[in-house]
Design a protein around this ligand. Sequence first.
Ligand SMILES: [Zn+2]
Ligand SMILES: [Zn+2]
Length: 319
Amino acid sequence: MRVHFWGTRGSLPASMTFQAVEQKIVKALQAAKGLNFSRDEDILHFVQNSIPFSVRGTFGTNTSCMEISGGDEYVICDAGTGIRDLGNHLAASGSAQNPSVFHIFISHLHWDHIQGFPFFVPAYIPGNRINIYGCHSGLLQAFENQQQSTHFPVNLHEMRAEINFHQLEPEQIVTISGFEVNPFAQQHPGVSFGYSFVKDGKKLVYSTDAEHKSEATTPDYPFINFIRDADLLVFDAQYNLLDAIDSKLNWGHSSNLAGVELAVSAGVKRLCLFHQDPTDDDSVLEDKLAKTRSYHKIYAGSEHQMQIDLAFDGLEIDF
Ligand SMILES: [Zn+2]
Ligand SMILES: [Zn+2]
């Protein structure tokens, strides 16, 4: 299985300021002080190997969208602004011209999880079939509402692909595109749903917009069973611990440290922090990843094996 993250921010897209770009250039030039590069390849090698990711790159701007490869057809989790880049990528590569089937699993109906759909090129191409799945009864209406003429010039039903909506039931496993898919209700304003995907002995869990409070520390906490033995857990870690237990309690999100504790308890093999806070800049996120890895060693011991990543737009993970 492979996942490709097209959008990793929570709440709303987070664009970069010109001052932030300037600071990156200043840091890169400082790092290169005194060095001589005779060839362009040497510059590229230096940038890729000697400069931190937060300086040479960015964790990105798009809201939630993750593509899962390894099934029979396109499988996508959420339709935040990242889905626009996925559609543009398919159009540029020529794949969008071939009639295809897309399965899109919606965690919930907040803007940051549906707002990219009106800009998804394959939805405008006749012959494509798009299946949108979710457990919320207002799924169709939410998609219709955001494309009402007040908000957007093209009505949902004017898009030329065949678009169908499918109501799923929590913890009722369905087989779609070769994956066994299990939706799971999570604590979030208006409820959100995580999804586990199982195929060929591999298990992926996509769990965004979920708050885990004190009951999460008990061994029979149902979420632990939901994520048990996952090969990859994509986890809402929008907050740090202090935010999650104090100022942003009941806002519906979780912390990086809760992610570590739950993943370790459930025997998860690889943890990917997701739904980054739009106010966290690249250096804050890089520091958060380092602190999360340190906490994992303290919490589970230095021998414990679990790879931890922090999702960015463009990250691919094979497992
Ligand atoms: Zn969200
Ligand atoms: Zn939400």
